[in-house]
Write a protein that binds this ligand. Structure first.
Ligand code: UDP
Ligand code: MN
Length: 273
């Protein structure tokens, strides 16, 4: 009987312990934020970034901030679901830092291949004359660490998305993307990228282009529209880029590009001749 009672007591103890542990585990899970896909990159790379942040934070007082205005230039085509996340996030993030700002979506509506650099040039030329600094901003990069300052870069360009923090471009000469990454949304299937290099594109674009750019970008601004995504005001510029197919035939890779045909045939002839 005594043994029997002891066994019951022991089982009850185990049961209570199990219930207690399950309860504690439940509490732990409930209190842990769901951030498994979030990279608080600044925390992973404290030294470099913290140093630069400190610099950034000390040069700008609240009073200074009011004097400056930031134009956020977003090169864009067919990434609406990302924009729905980007605009409210950025607006909230910048508002928290008291950054006077406006978000511009540079929407490429022609049928040429996507041209990020040309769109940024168009944005720079077309928007916000009162803005005294810009952020070239990919739509799929979200700043996460609120310590990262988007303040006026008094001492020269500030590359927020330093190479160590970029999930794909971690070579020292990388400049792009700009921001800390909350999560990288590339999906090879859902979001195919146009990585084609047609005809002599590789040889030509490998060299630094000293001729074309801001002054030569040719386009038509088809429409400017104001919209808001949640409470984030966004200005959308519908841009039709022009393309000099003799100069940059790869703006259109397909067989419907007669100059590509000509160039390709010419280079083939040259090579074999
Ligand atoms: N982008 C776009 N539509 C495209 C390709 C690119 O809107 O079809 C824009 C978008 O802002 C994107 C940026 O260009 O974040 C850079 O392209 P992507 O993210 O594909 O390249 P990554 O530099 O990350 O390799
Ligand atoms: Mn990207």
């Amino acid at each position: 009987m005594g043994v029997y009672l002891g066994l019951i007591l022991w089982r009850t103890k185990c049961l209570v312990l199990c219930i207690f542990m399950t309860f504690m585990l439940g509490c732990f899970i409930a209190l842990t934020p769901i951030t498994s896909d979030v990279c608080d990159c600044a925390d992973n790379q404290p030294s470099d970034l913290t140093e630069r942040k400190t610099e950034e934070q000390t040069y700008q007082t609240e009073g200074d901030k009011a004097k400056h205005k930031l134009a956020v230039l977003v090169p864009f085509r067919d990434r609406f679901d990302e924009l729905l996340e980007f605009a409210p996030h950025m607006h909230k993030f910048l508002k928290k830092q008291n950054i006077n700002h406006q978000i511009f979506v540079l929407n490429q509506i022609d049928s040429y291949r996507f041209n990020r650099a040309a769109l940024i040039n168009v944005g720079f030329r077309e928007v916000c004359p009162e803005c005294d600094y810009i952020a070239m901003h990919d739509v799929d990069l979200l700043p996460l660490n609120s310590q990262l300052s988007y303040g006026y870069p008094e001492s020269g360009p500030f590359h927020v998305a330093s190479p160590q923090l970029h999930p794909r471009y971690n070579y020292s000469t990388f400049v792009g993307g700009i921001l800390l990454i909350k999560r990288h949304m590339h999906d090879r299937v859902r979001r195919k990228r146009d990585m084609t290099k047609c005809f002599n594109q590789i040889q030509v674009t490998r060299h630094r282009d000293l001729e074309t750019g801001m002054n030569t970008v040719s386009y038509k601004l088809a429409e400017v529209r104001q919209m808001s995504i949640d409470d984030a005001p966004v200005t959308v510029l519908n841009v039709k880029l022009h393309c000099d197919k003799l100069l940059t035939p790869w703006c259109e890779c397909g067989s419907n590009n007669p100059s590509v045909q000509r160039t390709a045939t010419a280079s083939k002839l040259k090579k074999s001749g």
